[in-house]
Ligand binder design. Structure first.
Ligand code: FRU
Length: 476
């Protein structure tokens, strides 16, 4: 059964973001099947057509021409009683057909295997391959195939996890139907949780292997790590220790687009955390995707670092009533000013003074800043209207508590701080310095706290310059 498309639903509910993709209703988790084709960026995603809890996993579908405005198209590949459609990717076959490669999860047996579906109408309708599954090793923890065209070798490559063994397996195929095992990578990096949703791509002359991890993430619950190294068509070799993609709590299952028209690497992640996703207080939808981000690899602090920035297309949404400030001394304490309601992009550059910590305040009580003494960038605090709730014993907060994420060892003490912050209802994304330290957080503040602040703790700091841009989507 297909539900009708959900276009034209306005973001009127509290917490509903304007720029971050959310389905009009029901549960969403991982992005799936990201591919550009024939002028459209496709975003498929794990979707429950029947409610806003996880279950009946199917692929939902949305398209965009600019990565900023999305049109929801309804259910693309729907679960059956025998087969739930778990995460995977999409490619364009040599004849122009869109092919989804996904994990079939069979509820009765618990088995997971890799399957195909084809679409000849730009992802709108799908036919399952009659010979499914195409790759079955009899495992209950074998999932999330990322397939891409490996041009240097002239064949398709699949990266897929053996979740409980902390391995990414690589396979190759000439026709997407028959797959030959190439090699395994792992265990490596963090193995504090199971491995899920791998991605492998070439970036700025190196190869990057991305693995989601649940739990064991840097801020508690789920998180994403990456390895930088070499891929020779058979084996991935990591040349650097694993690093975190994001230091916040709410960026998971990150996946990059195949076939971008300009060849640049862009991705998104599910803006949530398995530790508390089910409790996010939104209705009738639950789950958001991050903003699409551009990826670069830059040498910073003696190693290649993944650098992420919101896609440039977002800047076209800046409204003319931006607020600009330059050369402002921040006295000890907090300075607040009112800002327009709705989504905001805040850019700010600070120079240290005598303060130990300095930065921005959003949602009245959430501080985004830099701690000179600890050499840490951080996002911390409790939004307006909330009472600080103690973290539970395992360090996991519930979705309505405050936030406490930090990243150390990646900045030099005594530096200034450059921030780009996007605030869009409950969705907060923080890109610091060149974009090498990122925090993605869901913060459920009381609506109506339209203020932004500057703070300096036990001393002063200097705001070199700042701009606050209201971001206004051009259409619903
Ligand atoms: C990651 C994940 C995947 C799985 C999907 C099920 O968040 O657990 O491993 O395919 O979600 O919805």
């Amino acid at each position: 059964m297909h539900l009708p498309p959900q276009q034209g639903v306005r973001p009127c509910a509290p917490y509903r973001p304007q720029l971050h993709y959310t389905p009009a209703r029901n549960w969403m988790n991982d992005p799936n099947g990201l591919v550009w084709h024939d002028g459209e960026y496709h975003l498929f995603y794990q979707y429950n057509p029947y409610g806003n809890d996880w279950g009946n996993m199917s692929w939902g579908h949305a398209v965009s021409t600019d990565l900023v405005h999305w049109e929801e198209l309804g259910v693309a590949i729907e679960a059956t009683d025998d087969e739930h459609v778990f995460s995977g990717s999409a490619v364009i076959d040599h004849d122009g057909t869109m092919v989804a490669v996904y994990t079939s999860y069979h509820p009765a047996s618990g088995l997971q295997a890799q399957s195909l579906a084809r679409s000849t109408d730009r992802g709108r309708t799908w036919t399952r391959h009659p010979g499914n599954p195409v790759l079955d090793i009899g495992s209950k923890e074998f999932r999330d195939p990322k397939v891409f065209w490996y041009g240097q070798g002239g064949y398709w490559v699949m990266a897929v996890v053996l979740a409980l063994e902390w391995k990414v397996s690589f396979y190759r195929s000439d026709d997407l139907l028959s797959w030959t095992w190439l090699s395994d990578f792992g265990p490596a990096g963090s193995v504090d949780g199971i491995w899920e949703v791998p991605d492998l791509f070439e970036l700025d002359g190196r190869w990057v292997l991305v693995v989601s991890l649940n739990p064991g993430g840097p801020a508690g619950g789920s998180g994403v790590q990456y390895f930088v190294g070499r891929f020779d068509g058979v084996t991935f070799t990591s040349d650097w220790p694993a690093a975190w993609v994001d230091h916040g709590r709410d960026f998971y299952a990150a996946l990059s687009w195949n076939n971008t028209p300009d060849g640049r690497r862009r991705w998104i992640g599910w803006m949530s955390n398995w530790a508390d996703a089910a409790t996010h207080p939104t209705d009738p939808w639950r789950g958001a995707q991050s903003l699409p981000r551009e990826l670069l690899l830059e040498d910073i602090g003696g190693r290649p670092c993944l650098v992420q920035r919101p896609v440039a297309a977002l800047q076209a949404l800046r409204s003319p009533d931006s607020i600009h400030v330059a050369g402002l001394d921040i006295p000890p304490g907090v300075l607040f000013r009112s800002v327009p309601e709705g989504a905001l992009e805040i850019t700010a550059e600070f120079a240290p003074g005598t303060a130990e910590r300095f930065g921005l305040v959003i949602h009245e009580g959430v501080r985004i800043g830099y701690d000179i003494v600890r050499g840490e960038a951080f996002v911390e605090g409790t939004p307006s209207g909330r009472h600080a709730a103690p973290l539970s014993a395992d360090g996991v907060r519930s979705s309505t508590d405050g936030v406490r994420s930090s990243a150390d060892g990646v900045r030099r003490s005594g530096d200034g701080l450059r921030l780009t912050v996007i605030v869009d209802a409950s969705c907060v994304e923080v890109f610091s310095d060149r974009g090498q330290i990122v925090f993605t957080e869901q913060i459920f503040a009381e609506p109506g706290s339209a203020q932004v602040g500057l703070f300096a703790d036990s001393g002063t700091a200097l705001l070199r310059s700042a701009a606050i841009h209201p971001l206004r989507p051009k259409r619903a």
